[in-house]
Ligand binder design. Sequence first.
Ligand SMILES: *[C@@H]1O[C@H](CO)[C@@H](O)[C@H](O)[C@H]1NC(C)=O
Ligand SMILES: [Cu+2]
Ligand SMILES: [Zn+2]
Length: 162
Amino acid sequence: MESGKGSVKAVALIIGDNNIKGSLQFLQQSNVAGSTHVSGRITGLSPGLHGFHIHALGDTTNGCNSTGPHFNPLKKDHGAPIDDERHAGDLGNIVAGPDGVAEISIRDAQIPLSGVHSILGRAVVVHADPDDLGRGGHDLSKTTGNAGARVGCGIIGLQSSV
Ligand SMILES: *[C@@H]1O[C@H](CO)[C@@H](O)[C@H](O)[C@H]1NC(C)=O
Ligand SMILES: [Cu+2]
Ligand SMILES: [Zn+2]
């Protein structure tokens, strides 16, 4: 893919429980105003849906548990990617097949790689359970989507744009 002048690229290596690992690429293209494309794959997951978010901190001193809450610069409630009421970091769910592999391709307008709401230096986190997208009626639905344990994560770092 042509990255183009003025685009910004980032990468996150996912490491997690058991054999969970992966590599994600982030691309913000100068000619696609206000959106970032996230692509890649994560392996070693249990089959099915897994909550997938940008968390506020790039701190893995206590594994994925120290990456803080969902990235939420606009002080909103948790929701689905398509909702107005959502955390910027709410990317919904990824789905792993029977082989435990999730292929990821997400385009989202609230996760820029530049500017005051940049996600650079923060963490991408994959959870044990499905994100209920704020609709589950659980105590945690409006804060975390009740997505359970943090089974894998990686820090989003700047990559060469060349
Ligand atoms: C992270 O928190 C979970 C509870 O949500 C706990 O089971 C797990 O042991 C913690 N991991 C680390 C590395 O502290
Ligand atoms: Cu999360
Ligand atoms: Zn959230």
